[in-house]
Design a protein around this ligand. Structure first.
Ligand code: PLP
Length: 415
């Protein structure tokens, strides 16, 4: 899209790397569930002079002069996000998902307070109380789990833990959970124990915005989402909350967690929200979910256990040990086939997190390229062939060539 002539003239070293990554993205299949491709319009918005401006504060209340136009930009992003999710209040400044979650804890509780979140190796996120993360260091987390047999969250168990622990916040919304989340039940449990409800919809926000999955925004006290996963926007995040919490949430983001917001990224968020509001985006979300269902069915048909037996969203975790492989091995074999995936723990994983038993697969990025049922089936066939012939270089090379051929007939929109 850009001709990059200025980087070329000034800094060929940097351009060389950008070109290589552009080629990789155009010739390889992206099945990492948290990744996607932005549109040209989103990419253009990020490369604007809005990056030059300091705008600490909020529209109408800034700590620097010259922000009248920036105010217009940020207000546009806020209004679109409100419309998209039916939110009372939106803060569009969080730099990414983890800082957004940090701001939520800061807004609602004090260090040392009790919080309930899903365990990382059961599908939760680092920022939901893992000991190596700020969340686990600063707050007193208790972790709930998914059931070993069903791979699903058992709401009776969540209720038991919540009534025993009396947390101040209950967190729902995950990184590697393929089923609908029972928002209403979480709300009931939180009401019983007097906890705030916090939904982190980083992964499924696009499917929720499109009306294809249940929306926690009208029900929960506070909701965060990244903007770069299924929403197909720039890397970043937003926080949505009820009006009565607006002040404390805004204060936690700035000056609590962050200084100046990245207004060029906020412009790109506004452009992405504009796209999310179109009817084409609803079709996209439907196709993402249909593709994930096809993929899960194909894995099961070929003898790969899918955690929870299937998917209601855009992702699935597959247990690779059934085929005599670790998740890490599968990840590196597939890398050689030109297929990017991320290794993942499975519930109660007997193996360590650096070399877990599973692989997480997701369909948001390939669906953006325009792939449908037929191509998804082909991809699972390639994955199976690659894994079954993992030591035969010629087989992996041949798959890589076929992957490239498919990729070139389904170009990435911004390349
Ligand atoms: C991706 C993700 C985040 C974090 O996003 P970053 O932008 O990488 O900090 C937070 N929560 C959940 C559930 C996620 O999946």
């Amino acid at each position: 899209m850009f001709d990059y002539k200025n980087i070329y003239a000034q800094d060929p070293d940097v351009l060389a790397v950008i070109k290589k990554e552009t080629k990789r993205q155009s010739e390889e299949l992206e099945l990492i569930a948290s990744e996607n491709y932005v549109s040209r319009a989103v990419l253009e918005a990020m490369a604007t002079v809005l990056t030059n401006k300091y705008s600490e504060g909020y529209p109408g209340h800034r700590y620097y002069g010259g922000n009248q136009i920036i105010d217009e930009m940020e207000s546009l992003a806020i209004e679109r996000a409100k419309k998209l999710f039916g939110a009372e209040h939106v803060n569009v400044q969080p730099l990414s998902g983890s800082p957004a979650n940090a701001a939520v804890y800061m807004a609602f509780i004090k260090p040392g307070d009790k919080v309930l979140g899903l365990k990382l190796d059961h599908g939760g996120h680092l920022s939901h109380g893992h000991p190596v993360n700020f969340s686990g260091m600063l707050y007193n987390f208790t972790q709930y789990e998914v059931e070993a047999q069903s791979g699903r969250i058992n709401m009776d168990k969540v209720r038991q833990i919540a009534s025993r622990e009396k947390p101040k916040i209950i967190v729902a919304g995950y990184s590697a959970y393929s089923r609908e989340i029972e928002w209403q039940k979480f709300k009931e449990i939180a009401d019983e124990v007097g906890a705030f409800t916090f939904a982190d919809i980083a992964h499924t926000a696009g499917l929720i915005a499109a009306g294809e999955m249940a929306n926690p925004v009208p029900l929960f006290d506070v909701v965060t989402t990244t903007t770069h996963k299924t929403l197909r926007g720039p890397r970043g995040a937003i926080i949505m909350c009820r009006d009565k919490y607006a002040k404390q949430v805004d204060r936690a983001v700035f000056p609590g967690m962050q200084g100046g917001p990245h207004e060029h990224i906020i412009a790109a968020k506004a452009v992405a929200f504009g796209e999310n509001l179109q009817s084409e985006f609803k079709q996209y979300a439907k196709q993402v979910m249909a593709n994930a269902k096809t993929m899960a069915e194909e894995f099961i048909r070929l003898g790969y256990p899918v955690i929870s037996g299937g998917t209601d969203n855009h992702l699935m975790v597959v247990d690779m040990t059934a085929k005599g492989l670790s998740g890490k091995e599968a990840e590196s074999v597939l890398d050689r086939c030109g297929i990017s995936v991320s290794r993942s723990t499975i519930p109660n994983d007997p193996n360590p997190p650096m070399n877990p038993s599973g692989v997480r697969f997701g369909t948001p990025a390939v669906t953006t390229r325009g792939l449908k049922t037929e191509e998804i089936k082909k991809i699972v066939t390639w994955i199976n062939a690659g894994l079954e012939h993992k030591d035969e270089i010629e087989v992996l090379e041949k798959i890589r060539e076929e992957v490239k051929e498919m990729c070139l007939s389904f170009p990435v929109p911004s390349i």
